[in-house]
Design a protein around this ligand. Structure first.
Ligand code: NAD
Length: 472
């Protein structure tokens, strides 16, 4: 069997040969990836069901179509993206040709997490292929069935000298990280992200970190409670709450909480029936360890469970659960919940809500529900987060036109559409000079004179007025 070192040599040799650079090669590989998704939909859905009991409806939208749409976006725009971008010149460089040339980075590593195990490896791969790179994929070992199908299908559809899959867990990833990559794109927890950065440092490898955190949902002012509850419940309990952009907790006034809880109770019954455990539309917790972490949180919380709360270890089931009276220092307000538990906290004013959000780490997504657009605008202006969506959850990340990524503790760098193409490209600043106007060059050669310095500064400076009176 090929060692990791041999695999890296093979990919690097391919990259140096230049075959990944032409537009047509990138297009063919993107088409192949599209065929992989389309021709293997039933097997992929089966693997996702095995790992997470993911309903077909959720899997098609959030794992398959989202990747296919990004491929279509890349195919439609690749020609434009690859064009050199003209750059402005000054008087001293007026006759030169200046532009920005996007170049592939080389051999890049994509490390995925388990909650959307197709989406989180294949979507960044679309960007990396579009940008002309060779790619090593490292799917999460926790979603084992999906990791195995990715490892099986990639060599069947994609050029094997350009794209490889490495399976395994922390140990395999650590040994992979000993190799020099030209970019590392990591999706996962903040804790592991620190060791990814450490592993990247000796090679000076640039890194994109797509992390999580606690995404607030601030419901304030005039709100249509039924619609708010429906949209909130969908965004929270999609994939059994195991979404990096799921609303982690709700902040609202005591009056809104009192109206929201009965609305959520009714809507959850509409969604999943009286017995959510038997609903085919509710996913399961990915592993025993993750199930125990969540049930432990529910045992230790000082908050009051008002909806759900029951669970079953054998099925890794947890009911959609809503809790109120949550102290700010509660266990549920520590780390990201990443499961089907929704705490509702109350604030007494808009400013108190904004202040609450701002004293915590910057979230991957911030949601504001209100019919008052000026209120939404105030929260948008006075806070910061990776992404922002008003009056809904998750949907902002479905558009390839919007950059998707974190800020502060929720990560750095972004992808989707053009943004992913940029992440996996180097922007090379190019100046093509001719041999004309040599007399202007004469100004910069020794022996240096004050007069020549004045002229040079004048030709290179945008603010001619300032120079004409202060220098010359
Ligand atoms: P995980 O356990 O699957 O780990 C992610 C990857 O890191 C896996 O491929 C795993 O093999 C590897 N890994 C684990 N330990 C490692 C180590 N010590 N050294 C090197 N590699 C290691 O996933 P997770 O970390 O539990 O992911 C959940 C987190 O990811 C949540 O915080 C969630 O919010 C975040 N997330 C973010 C996004 C996003 O797009 N920003 C998307 C999904 C999940």
């Amino acid at each position: 069997m090929e060692s990791q070192g041999e695999m890296m040599d093979r990919l690097r040799t391919t990259f140096r040969s230049g075959i990944t650079v032409p537009e047509q090669f990138r297009r063919t590989q993107l088409q192949n990836l599209l065929s992989l998704i389309k021709e293997n939909e039933p097997q992929i859905l089966e693997a996702l069901h095995k790992d997470l009991a993911k309903a077909k409806f959720e899997a098609v939208l959030s794992e398959l179509d989202i990747v296919a749409n990004d491929i279509y976006c890349a195919l439609d725009n690749l020609k434009t993206w690859m064009q050199p971008e003209p750059a402005a010149t000054n008087l001293a460089t007026k006759v030169d040709t200046c532009f920005i040339q996007r170049e592939p980075l080389g051999v890049v590593l994509i490390i995925g997490a388990w909650n959307y195990p197709i989406h989180l490896v294949l979507l960044p791969m679309v960007s990396a292929i579009a940008a002309g790179n060779c790619v090593v994929l490292k799917p999460s070992e926790i979603s084992a069935a999906t990791a195995s199908i990715v490892a099986d299908l990639i060599p069947k559809y994609m050029n094997q000298d350009c794209y490889a899959v490495v399976t395994g867990g922390a140990e395999e990833t650590k040994s992979l990280l000993e190799n020099k990559f030209d970019h590392i794109f990591y999706t996962g927890s903040q804790a592991v992200a620190r060791s990814i950065l450490q592993a990247a440092a000796p090679h000076l490898t640039p890194v994109t970190l797509e992390l999580g955190g606690k995404c607030p949902c601030f419901i304030y002012g005039r709100v249509h409670i039924q619609s708010a509850a429906r949209r909130l419940a969908w965004a929270k309990f999609f994939n059994a709450g195991q979404s990096c952009v799921a609303p982690d907790y709700v902040l609202c006034s005591p009056e809104t909480r009192d109206a929201l809880v009965p609305a959520l109770r009714q809507i959850l019954e509409d969604f999943y029936g009286k017995e959510p455990r038997s609903s085919p539309d509710l996913g399961r917790i990915v592993s025993d360890r993750h199930w125990s972490r969540l049930t432990d949180m529910l045992q230790k919380t000082k908050a009051k469970v008002v909806i759900g709360g029951d669970s079953n270890q054998e099925e890794k089931y947890m009911a959609p659960t809503v809790v109120v009276d949550v102290p700010e220092g509660d266990i549920l307000m520590g780390e990201e919940i990443f499961g089907p538990i929704l705490p509702i906290l109350t604030v007494d004013s808009l400013e108190e809500g904004i202040e609450f959000i701002n004293r915590r780490d910057k979230a991957l997504a911030l949601y504001v529900f209100s019919e008052e657009s000026s209120l939404v605008d105030t929260v948008l202006k006075k806070t910061s987060s990776g992404g922002f969506c008003s009056n809904d959850g998750i949907l902002h990340m479905t558009l390839p036109s919007l950059p998707f990524g974190g800020v502060g503790a929720s990560g750095f760098g972004s992808y989707h559409g053009r943004w992913g193409y940029e992440t996996f490209s180097h922007r090379r600043g190019v100046m093509l000079r001719g041999w004309a106007l040599e007399f202007i060059n004469g100004l910069r050669y020794p022996p240096y004179t004050e007069r020549n310095l004045g002229w040079l500064r004048w030709t290179a400076c945008a603010k001619k007025d300032w120079f004409s009176c202060s220098v010359m």
